[in-house]
Design a protein around this ligand. Structure first.
Ligand code: CA2
Length: 146
């Protein structure tokens, strides 16, 4: 099984800005944590981060071409604006889990909308970086049930 972990705009600033919301761990720490969990679960994992909506769409389409089995995505601010990302996950049909470090529902009103949610098999929110590991486990468990 191979899983692609996609992070949207500004996620490269993890640990550098707003640690009170997103914690002190960096993007590289996040990658290491996920790699460790993937090794424990015996699955392959690859990573993609971009600040550009079209590049994120391209990554989702690339996952389809490469035969990736699952996607974990934190679309960051594009969660609340992007029909293009929703269309992409629906189009490729790869089981996708939406992850948010914080709980957007308990923040500003505009963060309550998630376009991509409708195209995802689950959403994990408000569990910090551990939410990515949860998402990975969810995809692995789900693949065993099919
Ligand atoms: O809680 C999450 O994971 C979010 O997806 C993070 C997004 C935000 O727009 C969503 O509403 C919720 C923003 C993440 C990028 O911003 C950062 C800024 C500084 C340090 C780390 C991330």
């Amino acid at each position: 099984m191979r899983i692609l972990v996609i992070n949207g705009p500004n996620m490269n600033l993890l640990g550098i800005r707003q640690p009170e919301i997103y914690g002190k761990a960096t993007y590289d720490d996040l990658v290491s944590m996920i790699q460790e969990e993937a090794a424990r679960l015996g699955v392959g994992v690859a990573f993609f981060q971009s600040n550009h909506e079209g590049a994120l769409v391209d990554a989702i389409q690339g996952a389809y071409r490469d035969g990736v089995d699952g996607i974990v995505i934190n679309p960051a601010a594009y969660t609340h604006t992007s029909v293009a990302l929703l269309d992409a996950v629906k189009a490729v049909g790869i089981p996708t889990v939406e992850v948010h470090i914080s709980d957007p529902d308990s923040r500003e009103e505009f963060r309550r909308v998630s376009y991509i949610r409708e195209g995802c098999v689950a959403t994990v929110r408000g569990h910090g970086l551990a939410g990515y590991l949860e998402a990975l486990r969810l995809l692995v468990e789900r693949s065993g049930q099919q």
